[in-house]
Write a protein of this length. Structure first.
Lengths: 165, 100, 402
């Protein structure tokens, strides 16, 4: 039971707990907080895999900007708790065990297929220099396209936020 | 050393939980959060494979996914605010004006 | 026992360092409130805390006792999860950001474990600090929302909108420094400023003066201090997002604010003012005795002031404090090994306290921004200037490469 394995299980448990809490919570704000927990746990997993820049960007952009936007919208729209559902009992009693069984089958298939995965290399840190070289030499066209995409998103948000005259 | 298949399995579980959120919840914002959870699960798979092959290409793609998710969240939440103001409710089952 | 320590040194040494650092930072926080009250009082031509202990030095202790014994009410219709989580997140993030700051140049080996004077030696320490700044918006937003009161919600939303806006200017104003240093690690940034050995003139403040001004203004807005403290000012919106918080939880917000002030001052000294480097060139070796030259007269003055103090307690305590200071000053001259070890930390702390003094000075002098002025200043002035700084720096660097 080496240290990376222990850290992996702890972070994975936190991520799955956050995801289940996202489903189970009744108030959207608690769901948003659970999603933030999932994102922080995933950032920890990226750090464990040596992708330090991606972990930092995940927390700064996803956890510090996108989720803040979600929380602002939930607070502004004053979203209340979800009402009582007229949910089909069949879906709950038959669906959930089936879903768990299917997940177990897929899990067994993935974990058992060690031959398809390359052997694990020791964890090396991906330096930011490597990432930026790749980003600005090989992937410069998608990079410029994403800046265009963000411009379009800004314009869209401004148009949507205009009041009707 | 953590085997790559463990990371991929965790990514599959999170993706499945994201789909469950997307299908079973009725608050539009919670559904949107399910979409974000699915995107995060995919990011985890990308980084796991990038580490496994030793090349940083997967991490560059993760950056692109994060950027696209940010743009989508901005526009999507704008649409949600407008819809909520028009229909006075955040329940997706109430947005049914086009139904027969 | 020795082998247990060697085997688990990677866990035990950081825990010991964390304990020392948290204790020191909380003490500095407490006495920062004393310094703030005294400095603002003297700016306003009055004395400040004066009765509790000699020169009011026991005032932070009295405040601490008050916070512990005051009733901690729980308003009835708050959202319990968010209400308890908000001050906890704010304090946790503020204290965590101190883990990646390097305080001095030394590297030493304890039980075979190689470490420096910082809790964590990370390659991306600057990005970690930005990540923590990005997450600290949640503490404010959740505090405002959970209190279930109009004033708190408005104050919380205003404050988090302000923090998100100035976070962009903060991050961009540092990019110039990153371009010059070439690495995210704070230790590398400081070392690169000291490579030429010119002292003051090779610090990053001279190439990056625009970046420093943008960074400092954005940092004041991030920590919600005057002149950007509209969301938490006492006379606006009752008290903003921490209206409904009383004793211990309010103390957590309070400590978190002062700790983030300290963190931002540390960051400003590391990025722009050379961190632990001395402003004098390395060849002027006599300046190594500056700590002693400062400590000895100050210790003697404290003794002199204490002997003639008005009450008995002061006449007992102050001369002892002064004698200890003068003894430390003499000890530094007599033991040059200690003097060498202490140079880096002395200069670092001197610069950090200079920045904290500037913070407190601004609080006593400047009026507050109105909210729309604040937002338009952040988006329409500070952000374009930061971007212009990045462009200018990269143009100059490319021009110099040819």
């Amino acid at each position: 039971m080496t240290a990376p394995l222990v850290i992996f299980f702890v972070l994975a448990a936190v991520a799955v707990f956050g995801a289940i809490s996202l489903i189970v919570q009744k108030h959207p704000i608690h769901s948003a907080l659970s999603l933030i927990l999932v994102m922080v746990a995933l950032a920890g997993l990226y750090l464990l895999m040596g992708a330090e820049f991606v972990a930092a960007v995940q927390i700064i952009v996803y956890g510090g900007a996108i989720m803040v936007l979600f929380i602002f919208v939930i607070m502004l729209l004053n979203a209340g708790e979800e009402e009582r559902t007229n949910f089909s009992r069949l879906a709950m009693y038959a669906g959930v065990p089936l879903a768990v069984a299917m997940t177990g089958l897929i899990a067994a298939a993935i974990v058992g297929s060690n031959a398809a995965m390359p052997a694990r290399t020791p964890e090396t840190l991906t330096s930011t220099r490597q990432l930026s070289t790749l980003l600005f030499q090989e992937f410069v066209y998608p990079f410029e396209l994403t800046s265009f995409l963000i411009l379009v998103a800004i314009l869209g948000a401004i148009v949507l936020a205009q009041r009707e005259n | 050393m953590v085997p790559t298949s463990y990371y991929v399995l965790l990514s599959a579980i999170l993706f499945g939980l994201g789909i469950v959120t997307f299908v079973f919840k009725r608050n539009i914002i919670t559904i949107f959060m399910g979409i974000e959870l699915m995107l995060n699960a995919v990011n985890l798979a990308f980084v796991a494979f990038s580490q496994s092959f030793g090349k940083p290409d997967g991490e560059v793609f993760v950056l692109f996914v994060i950027i696209v998710a940010a743009a989508e969240a901005a526009v999507g939440l704008g649409i949600i605010i407008l819809t909520a103001r028009n229909r006075k409710s955040l329940n997706v089952e109430r947005v049914d004006l086009l139904k027969l | 026992m020795n082998e247990f320590l060697t085997h688990y040194a990677f866990l035990i040494i950081p825990i010991v360092k964390i304990a020392i650092l948290v204790f020191l930072v909380l003490t500095v926080d407490a006495y920062l409130t004393w310094i703030e009250r005294k400095v603002i009082a003297h700016i306003q031509a009055r004395w400040g805390p004066h009765r509790t202990g000699p020169h009011g030095l026991l005032q932070p202790l009295a405040d601490g006792v008050k916070f512990i014994f005051k009733e901690d009410p729980l308003p009835a219709s708050v959202d319990k999860v968010a209400y308890f989580l908000a001050p906890f997140i704010t304090l946790m993030l503020a204290l965590t950001s101190l883990a990646v700051i390097p305080f001095g140049p030394q590297h030493f080996k304890v039980f075979g474990y190689e470490t420096g004077i910082s809790i964590a030696e990370v390659n991306i320490s600057l990005l970690v600090l930005f990540a923590i700044t990005a997450l600290s918006v949640y503490g404010v937003a959740l505090a405002g929302w959970a209190s279930n009161s109009k004033y708190s919600l408005l104050g919380g939303l205003r404050s988090s909108a302000q923090m998100v806006s100035y976070e962009l200017a903060l991050t961009l104003s540092v990019v110039g420094v990153l371009l010059i240093a070439g690495d995210f690690s704070l230790r590398t940034i400081v070392v690169q400023q000291g490579v030429k050995g010119n002292g003051l003139f090779s610090w990053n403040i001279f190439p990056q003066i625009i970046g420093f001004v943008c960074f400092f203004i954005a940092a004041i807005a991030e920590t919600n201090r005057v002149p950007f403290d509209l969301p938490e000012a006492e006379s606006e919106l009752v008290a903003g997002f921490h209206t409904e918080y009383a004793s211990m939880k309010f103390a957590m917000f309070f400590i978190a604010e002062y700790t983030s002030m300290i963190t931002v001052s540390c960051l400003a000294t590391i990025l722009f003012f050379g961190g632990w480097l001395s402003p004098f060139p390395a060849s002027w070796t006599l300046t190594q005795y500056l700590p002693s030259v400062l400590l000895i007269p100050f210790g003697l003055w404290v003794i002199f002031d204490g002997i003639r103090y008005e009450n008995m307690f002061g006449r007992l305590v102050l001369p002892v404090v002064g004698a200890v200071m003068a003894a430390i000053g003499f000890g530094l001259i007599v033991f040059p090994v200690v003097n060498d070890a202490i140079q880096g930390i002395f200069w670092f702390l001197a610069k950090v306290f200079a920045f904290l003094f500037v913070y407190i000075w601004m609080r006593g002098t400047l009026p507050r921004f109105r909210y729309d002025q604040l937002m338009s200043f952040g988006w329409k002035f500070l952000l374009p200037v930061s971007i212009a700084n990045v462009v200018l720096t990269s143009v100059v660097i490319l021009w110099r490469m040819h």
